[in-house]
Design a protein around this ligand. Structure first.
Ligand code: MSP
Length: 652
């Protein structure tokens, strides 16, 4: 069976996954599921990049052993990908022994090829990018991607890789395989870069312990990018099982962001050429995702938690939105408003409604059973077959947004077909009985067909649709299931709406991330920020005063362990707390000084509002708010646990 090996970038684990990193994983998952749908033996690799200085720093800031911190983050990442229905077959961590073996093997091969020499590196290093920078890369002395970080000036003994030697071989690769780097815009960009000349690359770091020791000089560790790129090969047996390596290498596709395309389309193939190993067949450099037009950044508070986004409207609606709304390869924007709007248009009003209507008509007019006797709508059949071809062409070229659009063309055509054939009118005329059966069967068939095409994008919804239109939901195969059927029997099920319409269930954009901040003076202080509304006359709160589940979900409550506490000078009420919030340390200010001695709080696990805008209280910046009950006239009582969950646990 033909195989397909695809990978995503491996993520740095110094912070949680966000919608931008999730976008890449979802798109790669759509490609993986499409390859499986076509019957290819598919291997989909993802993983975590752990040997970064940022990761080391984050762990030590939290007082954790770096490996223990990475273990914790692995769970966080796996949980997120599973929640988003990302069907990876393998998950690699760069601290695993199999990766160490692969790095050692590849580094040794490059060394033996004479492509490594030692020297002294003197220059800038951006820890945010984990990259050596030249003066021309900096703007006003700062890395434009990490303006809050000061680049480090380093001077150390390094080993260098003769990247410059591979300029011509890389140009030859690009000429012989125009498909090697996609999309076109990325290919042109990188081609210009290679034509401009390549500078040898420093591949080791001196005086660091967090990393893989160089095989020929264990006092140095392998530079994090040199280490990370090798994950793709070490995951399929480089330095280990030769048969596995023979079977799976080279990779068919690396899906990565545009910011790191250069590493994958220049440095990585050059390393492989030096090691005399085949280069990957294709690299796809996707665009960047913004939130309301702004770069996703933790410091700007423009991060969307992908689990939250899935919780609001569902995993499949999120996947469809990301795939259908953004041309894969270009940049794209996320907005909560648009997300809800597309949910209503594409799912509630369109596909969901179509499935319900056809099932309802089949129920009303044919007791849910459709058994046609040959024939049918030539027009719809021809369209379906044309759409299947367009879909395949698009998906084979990784234009997954066009694949989604193709499926929707069929859905739109089916709605038009129903309007034009008017089954409700046919039902009134006994002479049209056969025709009515055909019309309903064709509509159900078109839905089945669209569900098969949408299966890589909305895996569980597609299965549900197939079940409702009485089609098999066993392992799908595009050759078999992507063909129009005109005969057979369908038993359609009438069940509740697949996607109930939503009205303003999520934030409007101008309220988004971080949501509804209180007046600065209230942040950090427990208890209601404003006087509570007057109680309603009846015992039950009026509907308008209640909030929806979605409103509640906007507030990210997490557990945090108090590491240190002290009084805020010149304040009777405020305490300054240092807490471990699981993946980061935070400073909070809480108005509980009259009720708690600072020492009594240390070691306690409390609940904090994690996604609150920072606010300054008596000159101290508070990053979150501690939850406490404030009994009338009494002192605040901090919310705590009988049994403390780990720091960073979500509270709902
Ligand atoms: N660890 C490196 C990759 C090593 S691959 C051998 C890295 N990690 S990352 O966590 O910073 O990024 C992981 C992936 O997410 C990258 O492909 C990156 O381009 C992508 N994205 C990060 N932010 C993104 C958006 N806002 N939008 C789309 N993709 C984004 O780089």
């Amino acid at each position: 069976m033909t195989r397909f090996f695809l990978t995503t970038a491996i993520d740095y684990v110094n912070s949680r996954p966000h919608l931008g990193t999730a976008y890449e994983k979802i798109c790669a998952d759509v490609i993986a599921r499409y390859q499986r749908l076509c019957g290819l033996d598919t291997r989909f690799l993802m993983g975590n990049d752990e040997h970064s200085q940022n990761v080391y720093k984050q762990a030590t800031d939290l007082g954790l052993d770096p490996l223990a911190y990475c273990d914790r983050m692995e769970q966080e990442f796996r949980r997120t990908w599973q929640r988003l229905d990302v069907s990876f077959d393998d998950f690699i961590r760069t601290t695993e022994p199999r990766h160490n073996a692969g790095v050692t093997e590849l580094a040794r091969r490059i060394y033996d090829a004479g492509d490594i020499y030692d020297g002294v590196y003197e220059g800038w290093y951006c820890i945010g990018c984990e990259e050596f920078k030249q003066e021309k890369d900096l703007v006003n002395g700062k890395c434009p991607l990490h303006p809050t970080l000061q680049p480090e000036w380093i001077r150390e003994k390094n080993y260098f890789f003769r990247l410059s030697k591979y300029q011509q071989p890389l140009l030859d690769l690009f000429a012989a395989h125009p498909e090697f780097l996609q999309p076109e815009i990325r290919r042109n960009e990188i081609l210009r870069l290679i034509e401009g000349g390549l500078v040898d690359l420093s591949v080791s770091r001196a005086g660091q312990s967090w990393g893989i020791p160089l095989p020929w000089d264990p006092a140095s560790v392998v530079y994090v990018w040199f280490d990370a790129l090798i994950n793709y090969a070490s995951a399929v047996g480089l330095g280990g099982d030769r048969d596995v390596f023979e079977r799976w290498w080279p990779a068919d596709l690396h899906v990565v962001g545009k910011d790191i395309t250069r590493f994958h389309a220049v440095i990585w193939p050059a390393m492989l050429m030096s090691a005399k190993l085949p280069v990957p067949r294709q690299v796809f450099g996707h665009g960047f995702m913004t939130l309301n037009g702004q770069r996703m950044s933790k410091t700007l508070g423009t991060i969307v938690d992908p689990i939250d986004a899935a919780d609001r409207l569902g995993v499949d609606p999120l996947r469809l939105y990301l795939v259908k709304e953004i041309a894969f390869g270009g940049d794209g924007d996320f907005s909560w408003d648009r997300y809800e709007e597309r949910y209503n248009v594409d799912l509630a009003n369109n596909l969901g409604n179509l499935v319900s209507r056809v099932a309802a008509m089949a129920g009303r007019y044919r007791n849910g059973v459709l058994r046609p006797s040959g024939g049918g709508s030539d027009q719809l059949v021809r369209l379906g077959e044309q759409i299947a071809l367009d879909y395949r062409r698009a998906m084979d070229a990784f234009a997954i947004h066009e694949g989604a659009a193709a499926a929707y063309r069929l859905i739109d055509a089916t709605n038009e077909f129903i309007a034009a054939t008017a089954p409700w009118a046919l039902a009134k005329d006994a002479a049209s009985a056969d025709r009515l059966t055909h019309v309903l069967f064709d509509a159900a068939e078109a839905i089945r067909f669209a569900a098969v095409l949408l299966a890589p994008i909305m895996p569980s919804s597609s299965r549900e649709i197939l079940r409702r239109v009485g089609a098999s939901v066993d392992r799908l195969h595009l050759d078999r299931d992507g063909r129009w059927r005109t005969e057979g029997e369908r038993v359609l099920l009438q069940e509740g709406p697949l996607w109930p319409r939503k009205e303003h269930t999520i934030l409007t954009d101008n309220q988004t991330t971080p949501p509804g901040a209180p007046a600065p003076e209230a942040a950090g202080a427990p208890g209601p920020a404003a006087p509570a509304p007057a109680p309603a006359a009846s015992a039950a709160a009026p509907e308008a005063a209640r909030i929806s589940m979605d409103d509640f979900m906007k507030v990210e409550l997490r557990t945090a362990k108090v590491l240190a506490a002290e009084r805020v000078p010149k304040s009777n009420k405020l305490l300054k707390l240092q807490v471990d919030a699981g993946t980061e340390h935070r400073t909070l200010v809480a108005g509980i000084a009259e009720a708690y001695d600072p020492e009594a709080l240390v070691g306690k696990t409390v609940v904090i509002v994690f996604n609150l805008k920072p606010a300054k209280l008596m000159g101290v910046e508070s990053n979150g708010m501690v939850l406490a009950a404030s009994p009338d006239g009494g002192k605040p009582i901090v919310v705590s646990f009988d049994e403390a969950p780990p720091p960073g646990t979500r509270v709902r």
